[in-house]
Ligand binder design. Structure first.
Ligand code: ATP
Length: 346
């Protein structure tokens, strides 16, 4: 089901944890809420769930204004970082819990509940473990049970709050891939909180970047990575470089030399030029130049640190090994091929 968040504001006391957040989540979409600690991810998730009430703004589930509805009325599936499985219930009892506690008029017959729970158990690849108790499962297995339990009630929306946050790196990676597969098979509209950039970019259809209680950018992982629209997004996701430049006569100047990049619509004056390490080309004249200070191998490429002189932060560029090895250490000249200018880039 689609979810629309309109001009949402949430204050705790007088502290605005979220301000003026608007977001349209499409039906069957997998959305990641990404941001540093305290940016408001969990608050937004809890508002969508109905665990918090907004100070201002509204939330729609389809055409329905759900802003004042309870968690139960919203029919939400929730998975938290710390497995909230019932310890005294078996895996199967945990999965079927949401259906078993429904009021008599909405409760499926007992056989049907069992059939559905077993189906979900198979979906999360835990067949054969239905009689185990949570204490007899690994952390990753428990999170799979938690997800199956959340899906059992056919929720309008699945809300996942750092569901793999407490697990070790390899398990996390496996579960990420697995969650994407499950999502593609079941098509639940899913909102996923993470502070892990890689996880968000790998998993989500679209990423919502939050900073200080507001949305900085919403876009596909490619859009977020390739065309960040603020210095914050450049800095928070992936690696980036920043140099101080001057705009004059529709051109970008660095150290009083034109870079060969035109910026006809930019106002004149000082600005910061941002670019990713791999978005560069080596060249001769009209370029940023410096000394090769360090080099390291990253997977199939080389990351090179270039010292571009006093008063400037050093720059990192990324090149294929054959190009990196052919460089003259004393003068590496390059220019960005994809870049953005910001006035108040901090
Ligand atoms: P983290 O990644 O650390 O979980 P987050 O992005 O999920 O962070 P939130 O938990 O949404 O951030 O918190 C946003 C801000 O609101 C924080 O400054 C937090 O201290 C504050 N906050 C959250 N819940 C409450 C509350 N119940 N009472 C007071 N302040 C709160």
């Amino acid at each position: 089901m689609e979810v629309r968040v309109q001009n949402l504001r949430k204050e705790f006391g007088r502290f605005p944890a979220l301000h003026d957040v608007s977001l349209d989540i499409r039906s069957s979409e997998l959305i990641a809420l990404l941001g540093p600690s305290g940016s408001g991810k969990t608050t937004l998730l809890r508002l969508i769930a109905g665990l918090e009430t907004p100070t201002e703004g509204r939330i729609f589930f389809g055409e329905d204004d759900a802003s004042r509805k309870s968690v139960q009325q919203r029919n939400i599936g929730f998975v938290f970082q710390h497995y909230a499985l019932f310890r005294h219930m078996t895996v199967l009892e945990n999965i079927s819990f949401g259906l078993r506690v429904r009021s008599a008029s909405r409760r499926p017959p007992r056989d049907e509940i069992r059939r559905r729970a077993l189906e979900l158990l198979e979906l999360v690849q835990l067949n054969g473990l239905e009689k185990r108790y949570p204490a007899q499962l690994s952390g990753g297995q428990r999170q799979r049970v938690a997800l199956a339990r959340a899906m059992a009630v056919e929720p309008n929306v699945l809300l996942l709050d750092e569901p793999f946050g407490a697990l070790d790196a390899q398990v996390r990676k496996d579960l990420r891939k697995w969650l994407r597969e499950i999502h593609d098979r079941t098509g639940h509209t899913t909102v996923f909180v993470t502070h892990d950039q890689e996880e968000a970019l790998e998993l989500a259809d679209r990423v919502v970047v939050l900073n200080k209680g507001a949305i900085e950018q919403v876009g596909t992982p490619d859009e977020i990575y390739d065309t960040p629209n603020s210095p914050f997004v450049y800095g928070f996701i992936g690696q980036s470089n920043r140099i101080k430049v001057r705009i004059a006569s529709g051109e970008i100047w660095f150290d009083d030399k034109p870079l060969g990049l035109s910026a006809p619509h930019e106002p004149e004056g000082e600005a910061h030029l941002y670019f990713r390490p791999h978005d560069i080309e080596l060249c001769d004249g009209g370029a940023i130049a410096g000394l090769l200070a360090a080099s390291r191998r990253v997977a199939g490429t080389r990351h090179l640190e270039i010292d571009i002189g006093s008063g400037h932060e050093s720059i990192e560029i990324e090149l294929p090994p054959n190009k990196a090895d052919a460089l003259d250490r004393n003068r590496v000249a390059f220019r960005p091929t994809r870049w953005k200018l910001f006035r108040n880039g901090s």
